[in-house]
Design a protein around this ligand. Sequence first.
Ligand code: NAD
Ligand code: UDP
Ligand code: UDP
Length: 317
Amino acid sequence: MIRDYNLRKRVMVTGGAGFLGSHLIDRLLERGDEVLCVDNFFTGAKDNIQHQLANPHFEVIRHDINNPLFVEVDEIYNLACPASPIHYQHDPVQTTKTSVHGSINMLGLAKRVGAKIFQASTSEVYGDPDVHPQTEDYWGNVNPIGPRSCYDEGKRCAETLFFDYHRQHRLRIKVARIFNTYGPRMHPADGRVVSNFIMQALRNEPITLYGDGLQTRSFCYVDDLVSGFIALMDSADEVTGPINLGNPGEFTIRELAEKVVTLTDSKSELVFKPLPQDDPKQRRPDIGRAQSQLGWQPSVPLEEGLKRTIDYFRTFA
Ligand code: NAD
Ligand code: UDP
Ligand code: UDP
């Protein structure tokens, strides 16, 4: 007798209790996959996956990917890693370990079971870029010894490992370079710019601009990004990436602050704080590769995505 669960794809999501991971899990379950969430709950929260706990096709393991893990799965999305600067700088050695040792373990697992494996890489591999917008063939401008290096260099080394497992062991890999993404379930005290500004605006507190606020970022709404993840995982085996996933709309941080103030009808004023060391001056993805190889591009404009995110944050303000 063929049992129902044998027909479902078994997908593992590391970092599944985090912001991006929890949205990805919702989408995978919705389309009928069997999902295993692996998380050590460092920055993730049970609240993010609570609504799926009664789903018979969903399982959670509390596990740190720096330790080996033996499970049988068909696909792995490797998202485990703190993403916000205050979190990844809290224990920088653990951050590098998660990207390097953690990736080795997940690659070893993928090798043993023949699973396809996706890596959540980052636009941080471009560092403070002097090529603009950033294309995948740009090698980046990264400080190897600064406060952001544990994250940037950890993710760069993870990419090296993914491509070496691909070349040496023929692993099917999918490397996404994710640009700044925002949306519901970002942690309100996460320290990233969108969550900071929305919480400050909703509380009518000063909006903290680091530096002159003229540095730029490109913000992608989470639903668009998750569609890109799945399109990449489902693409032909020849499509390994690295592939930029992000929204090419580019805004100064000051413009973002002004938009948030307007959309929340806030009384907050803008205040200026010191710029953190090695803060990139500009960031915008060239998404030509994602468009041609995946047929993917984002569709949610910044204002629309901000409105949805603001609605979510109102319960915390
Ligand atoms: P997040 O902090 O909300 O999620 C990360 C998750 O990983 C959390 O649930 C955390 O508990 C878990 N985790 C951390 N270390 C772990 C470990 N050693 N073992 C098991 N679980 C661990 O961050 P996010 O925004 O959802 O980011 C997810 C991934 O996407 C990260 O790898 C991040 O580097 C990458 N990324 C995110 C963005 C963004 O803008 N959100 C941009 C570029 C890259
Ligand atoms: N690994 C794991 N789960 C598995 C298979 C391997 O966690 O199902 C870990 C294993 O502990 C090892 C790492 O992945 O440390 C790399 O495995 P690989 O087979 O590539 O290397 P080796 O075991 O030869 O060092
Ligand atoms: N930023 C800011 N005020 C804040 C938080 C961040 O001006 O309260 C700036 C930060 O210096 C950076 C940009 O916003 O230039 C994006 O910061 P974030 O930490 O969200 O992401 P990353 O620097 O990793 O792109």
